[in-house]
Ligand binder design. Structure first.
Ligand SMILES: NC(=O)c1ccc[n+]([C@@H]2O[C@H](COP(=O)([O-])OP(=O)(O)OC[C@H]3O[C@@H](n4cnc5c(N)ncnc54)[C@H](O)[C@@H]3O)[C@@H](O)[C@H]2O)c1
Length: 332
């Protein structure tokens, strides 16, 4: 006997202006809050006592998830309890993971507080904790609601804004739609229309491959092989490290003889949005290279790397890890 079925999901994305607008509909709702601890001061008036503060990337691991399950049990949380996760991508990845496995799945609402988490981490259902390698343990568990509150972005520094913009430029180039026109025009991407476009264009890519199995969603990994290694080595914000990884991947694919979108043009586009060239200095230093081997996408010694052939068209290069390391030493 053969059974087949498809899993569809629906996420509602809502934009609010002020943080206080978040509390409008909370009265009487069975809800627990998991909040990025750096935002504590913004939540003095939180109308709820079931709050768990989470300290970001360094806490994004399994033992912290255990402590969070214990807290949920103390809160008497059940399957219908809403877990509202408020924070950057590290917090939303972690909170979504916890929600996906507690009681085999509880109601999940994400409130991304960085631009990157609004356009990327909170969108598309990937949850994760770090274990041995970054994001090695996780699940697919899309939030039923994503609430974007513009006021949160006011306290982000320029690096964090640029990190989010870099991810918007990535998705724009992969999709070659309206967002790319905005990117090319140099318009400031930090507005509701561009954020909505980035979200819709990411959905456009993933909707036929939610669980990353057919290869369609994989294009979003453009820049990740080198970007994750640069992120781990340098501690640069995720989007900025991925941007450096994208530029290096374009340079590398051309070096290998592939027809690819010119890296100089990509650099120019990034620069137009304040993503400066000096970040790309990482590519001149070889110490980060050893982190490539730790990337979870490593399949034995062969690594699949996404590059951009042209706007709207990505390709994959499979190459042996040792060859990549040798090539990069030559390329620098
Ligand atoms: N699930 C996915 O599809 C996906 C996609 C991309 C990235 N990610 C993950 O997202 C994480 C990176 O997310 P990130 O770039 O948002 O970083 P982050 O969550 O690590 O936050 C960066 C810093 O900003 C602080 N912060 C959060 N909101 C703030 C605000 N409004 N004002 C001031 N400071 C604020 C945080 O406390 C932290 O110190 C990584 O763990 C990455 O693996 C997941």
């Amino acid at each position: 006997m053969k059974l087949s079925f498809s899993v569809k999901y629906r996420t509602e994305v809502i934009f609010l202006k002020r943080i206080s607008d978040l509390w409008r509909d909370v009265d009487g709702v069975d809800i627990c809050f998991l909040i990025d601890s750096s935002l504590k001061t913004k939540f003095q008036d939180l109308p709820c006592e079931r709050v768990y503060y989470f300290s970001g990337e360094k806490d994004k691991h399994l033992s912290k998830a255990e402590s969070c399950f214990e807290w949920l049990i103390e809160c008497k949380a059940g399957r219908k309890t809403v877990l509202a996760v408020i924070g950057g991508g590290a917090t939303t990845d972690f909170g979504a993971f916890v929600a996906s496995v507690y009681n085999r799945g509880m109601e999940l609402v994400l409130v991304p507080t960085t631009l990157l988490s609004a356009v990327d981490s909170a969108i598309g259902g990937k949850t994760a904790v770090n274990f041995v390698a970054k994001n090695l343990i996780g699940s697919y568990y899309p939030a039923s609601k994503v609430i974007i509150v513009k006021e949160f972005f006011d306290s982000l520094d320029m690096k964090m804004i640029r990190s989010g913009k870099a991810e918007m430029i990535k998705v724009a180039l992969l999709n070659n739609g309206r967002l790319l026109e905005k990117v090319l025009s140099g318009e400031d991407l930090l507005n509701e229309e561009c954020i909505s476009l980035a979200i819709m264009e990411k959905y456009e890519i993933i909707r036929s491959d939610v669980t990353d199995t057919s290869g369609k969603r994989m294009v979003l990994n453009w820049g990740h092989t080198f970007g994750h290694a640069i992120e781990r080595y340098s501690g640069a914000p995720h989007g900025l490290a991925i941007a450096a990884g994208m530029v290096l991947m374009q340079k590398y694919s051309a070096y290998l003889g592939y027809r690819s979108f010119p890296y100089e043009e990509l650099e120019k586009m990034l620069k137009l949005h304040g993503i400066e060239h000096d970040l790309l200095l990482y590519v001149k230093d070889s110490k980060w290279l050893k982190f490539i081997a730790l990337d979870k996408k490593r399949n034995l010694e062969e690594i699949s790397m996404v590059y951009l052939k042209d706007s709207g068209c990505a390709g994959v290069i499979n190459r042996n890890l040792n060859d990549i390391l040798k090539d990069l030493e030559e390329l620098r």
